[in-house]
Design a protein around this ligand. Structure first.
Ligand code: SF4
Ligand code: SF4
Length: 94
């Protein structure tokens, strides 16, 4: 039972201090923060929602125990993924 941080982490440190289990640390090997699976409790007993995912500013960076992004694309920016893809194509074609 644990969450996971993936490569899109920008190492902003925001999640580190809000973790009640001291489970998040900087991995020299991965070059970003990761979650110690032995320590992560998914915040059960402390908070209603995983605090790391609640504060993380980067979409698709923290996955639940099923490997699904807790903050999927568009959930924080409000920009639908299809529209974002269109805009990126427009920018890259300039
Ligand atoms: S889900 Fe909670 S316990 Fe697990 S790493 Fe995130 S903040 Fe820490
Ligand atoms: S809040 Fe998100 S981007 Fe910032 S260090 Fe934690 S996982 Fe990485």
């Amino acid at each position: 039972m644990t969450l996971a941080i993936v490569d899109s982490c920008v190492s902003c440190w925001a999640c580190v201090d809000v973790c009640p289990s001291d489970a998040i640390y900087l991995s020299e090997q991965e070059k970003h923060f990761i979650i110690d699976a032995k320590k992560c409790t998914e915040c059960e007993g402390d908070y209603a929602n995983p605090q790391c995912a609640s504060i993380c500013p980067i979409e698709e960076t923290i996955l639940d125990s099923s490997g699904v992004a807790i903050n999927p694309a568009g959930s924080l920016t409000g920009i639908p993924p299809d529209r974002m893809a269109e805009v990126m194509c427009e920018i890259q074609s300039r």
